[in-house]
Design a protein around this ligand. Sequence first.
Ligand SMILES: [Ca+2]
Ligand SMILES: [Ca+2]
Length: 104
Amino acid sequence: MGSPLSELETSMKSMMLVFHKYAGTDENQSKLTLSRNEAKQLLVKELSNFMKTPTDPKAMKDILDKMDIDGNQEMDFQEFIVMVSSITILCNDYLVHCLQKKGK
Ligand SMILES: [Ca+2]
Ligand SMILES: [Ca+2]
């Protein structure tokens, strides 16, 4: 890669790096997927501003269940990206709502 990464490419790179940073933390488990524990850490540490991370274990379990689309107790990169995209779409809806309000 010769030229510097664009803003979007940098964002994509960040998503990959964040995923692998957490995917590789649990001992004796796959370094390429997020265990429930790793996914929980990622949510709490990386999404606390955009997502109200619940302190209630039941609510956290519900979120983790939803993220794990195929239900195999591990979150692969695809499941991670679906989750990030869903939250980004919700945030964008809110942003558009605010911009429209401002425009009036
Ligand atoms: Ca892992
Ligand atoms: Ca899964």
